[in-house]
Design a protein around this ligand. Sequence first.
Ligand SMILES: [Zn+2]
Ligand SMILES: [Zn+2]
Length: 133
Amino acid sequence: MLKGECNCGQVQFQIDAMPAGVIICHCSICRRHTGTNGNAVVLLKNDNFQWISGQEHISTWKKPKHDWQIWFCKTCGSQVPGKNDENMIFAPAGALTEGGEDLKVIHHIWVESKANWDEIGATGQQHTKHFGA
Ligand SMILES: [Zn+2]
Ligand SMILES: [Zn+2]
């Protein structure tokens, strides 16, 4: 089992099955959101995810005209898990506090949009755009 939380600790969640690995999105929207080289997440089936506390502290923002939405703690601003599609949820890899020690990077997406200073490491398959590209 994996656990994670936001910086202020109000939002806490639990993952009941080991995710396949970490996916890093290097797109410009994720880069602006985090202020870093992208966004590192794990993908989970809805059935393998549970909130422990703090859902009422979560706010969300969708970028107009884009298929991009982010969920975050209203108090501390940390990114928190959100809906990927009808069956899947994504959780920020950096928010995991226990159980994620053996995770490896398995995919880099939107590599064509990466920052010039971003040097992608040896692990993980690189995709120009989304999966399949
Ligand atoms: Zn918080
Ligand atoms: Zn992105």
